[in-house]
Design a protein around this ligand. Structure first.
Ligand code: KG4
Ligand code: ZN
Length: 332
């Protein structure tokens, strides 16, 4: 079995996965959403402090599996340096104490392999990764061959939901609450401009849309009209525009290179409006849509364990002296 640790942002999580059967033997995650919500976003130092409390608590429950472990895996990039460090320190300590090899896992590969938890890989596949930090289209051949073919030049899809939520005083994370409010709103109430509509580039941008929403909120506030229904209308119109932007760019890309399989991963792939519309788009292009179960869309250690199985089988280990933490990664 492999014990895997995830602490790249605001979720402390540990999983235990069977290497041969890929079965998820144990999985637990403690989220810090409530603690960060008052600040309208993740506060890195607070997140690190909360990992220090949560990770050992979860580890305590895994002790009975220690004798069966063959390796320790941990997310080392990308993410918040101070929170990644907490997971990596725990992984190093475990590897040294239990005399086990260490596996360093790329968090984004983890999101991609969330599609294959307790399953074999279904590759190659065109993947849309939408999270709090990333909006990317990735051509995935296998674990070692992943190519980013389009990404955002500023904010990410998930982040734009967080910012709209913050502007409306709805707390963090913004995705679920904005999606909820949008259900009661009219998505045509505001005519927000779809970003990069005329540009042929396979590229995303959310800063302009965020600004358009900010201006609309200020205007409604000035007129004393920022009531429940107006908030719902803003959320619905914003969500539609944010998703339409992705759909337009994906359609452009699929016309150039029709995909056999399409997948959506990352925390924001839980968005129902996005899922429904990508399903329609994939049908239009006769491609199969693969989705991860909702519980594995946001950050978790099960996906890190799933990648670690592949790395274990190809002897992709790192020495505890060499493992480093990287906040950003340009390539896979
Ligand atoms: O993958 P994830 O858990 O963490 C990162 O690696 O960033 O993604 C978290 C992001 C947050 O920005 C959150 O607001 C967004 O995913 N998110 C959503 C939804 N659920 C979570 N965005 C839109 N709609 C949702 N239903
Ligand atoms: Zn993530």
């Amino acid at each position: 079995m492999i014990l895997s640790i995830e602490s790249s942002c605001d979720d402390s999580s540990i999983a235990i996965t069977n290497i041969e059967t890929k079965e998820l033997i144990y999985h637990k995650k403690i989220s810090q959403e409530a603690e960060h919500s008052v600040y309208g976003g993740v506060v890195p130092e607070l997140a690190a402090r909360l990992h220090i409390e949560a990770l050992p608590k979860i580890l305590e429950e895994c002790k009975s599996y220690f004798k069966d472990l063959k390796a320790i895996a941990v997310t080392n990039a990308p993410g918040l340096s101070v929170t990644l460090t907490e997971g990596v320190m725990m992984a190093k300590a475990l590897a040294i104490t239990l005399n086990l090899p260490l596996i360093a896992v790329n968090h984004l590969k983890g999101h991609i392999y969330s599609l294959f938890i307790q399953k074999d890989e279904l590759l190659p596949c065109t993947v849309l990764l939408v999270s709090g930090g990333h909006t990317q289209i990735i051509e995935v051949e296998d674990l070692e061959n992943m190519k980013i073919v389009g990404q955002t030049s500023d904010d990410s899809f998930g982040e734009s939901f967080d910012k709209v939520s913050k502007m409306l005083g709805l707390g963090y994370p913004g995705g679920p609450v904005v999606q909820e409010k949008a259900l009661k709103g009219n998505n045509e109430a505001y005519d927000f401009p779809i970003p990069l509509r005329q540009s042929p580039a396979i590229e995303f941008s959310y800063s302009g849309l965020k600004n358009a929403v900010r201006v609309a909120i200020l205007k409604e506030e000035e007129n004393g009209k920022l009531d429940e229904q107006t908030i719902a209308n803003i959320c619905a119109s914003f969500q539609k525009t944010a998703v339409d932007h992705i759909l337009m760019k994906l359609k452009k890309y699929f016309k150039l290179l029709p995909p056999k399989k399409v997948a959506i991963v990352g925390g924001a792939s839980a968005n129902i409006y996005l899922r429904e519309n990508i399903l329609k788009l994939s049908k239009e292009f006769n491609s199969e849509l693969i989705l991860a179960p909702l519980e594995f869309c946001s950050d978790n250690a099960a996906m890190i364990g799933r990648v670690a199985i592949e790395q274990y089988k190809s002897n992709d280990f790192v020495s505890f002296k060499d493992i480093d933490v990287k906040a950003r990664l340009k390539e896979f």
